[in-house]
Design a protein around this ligand. Sequence first.
Ligand SMILES: C[S@@+](CC[C@H](N)C(=O)[O-])C[C@H]1O[C@@H](n2cnc3c(N)ncnc32)[C@H](O)[C@@H]1O
Length: 231
Amino acid sequence: MAGWIDRLRARRKARALTLYRSAISDIDLALQQEATRSTAAYVRKHMYTVQSVSRWRAVHDVAIEQVRLDGLVLEFGVYKARTTRYIAEQRDWHLHGFDSFDGLPEPWRDGFPEAKFSRAAMPEVPENVTLHVGLFEDTLPGFLAALPDPPQPVAYLHVDSDLYSSARTIFDNLADRIVSGTVIVFDEYFNYSGWEEGEFKAFQEFVAARGLGYEYLTYNHEHQQVAVRIA
Ligand SMILES: C[S@@+](CC[C@H](N)C(=O)[O-])C[C@H]1O[C@@H](n2cnc3c(N)ncnc32)[C@H](O)[C@@H]1O
């Protein structure tokens, strides 16, 4: 009996030691805690009265509810089309999805090397979705040039490209069509290590350069999604 209890105690002690070691030396955990703290400080300063949600779908629900413009519905970063399908189903509209399907064109952060999210086959999408396959920088200019006049604004934009450089390409190309009322959802706006250098930075640079105001609509307080509307 005593031997069995001693073995149980020893196992518990070893487990507690392992948990303790990972809690004090796990770099991932430390980086995430640091990122969550800086995100919380940002929320406190810039989004204090914004009502948050706890699911990515809810971020889109709040954002879609705010769409008033009759314009382009665009998604950058389709991958398995999980978000593509969700957005497409919410309204009677047509979504254009952009992706190379070759994965990230350059390394992002730890765990996301170049080519992460590459796919052998195209995802199945509903009929109200058109996919534009290739790098954004190759497909987006031609897509826009082929649209009829007068230029339609962007009504809804989902930025799920992870990388700063890709988000930058999106804003550079869409600049003239992002107007008062355009609703934008970012899949990775904050709350991960390096967030200040990613989609967040591309957006901040864009609004600063164009002299645009914006309003936060909601954010996922357990993750990284944020919705904004251009003022
Ligand atoms: C996180 S995944 C998108 C996830 C997707 N929204 C979903 O819910 O399944 C990011 C995608 O962005 C694409 N991507 C990133 N930068 C790109 C670029 N410059 N041109 C084309 N595709 C790009 C990658 O190929 C990848 O599939």
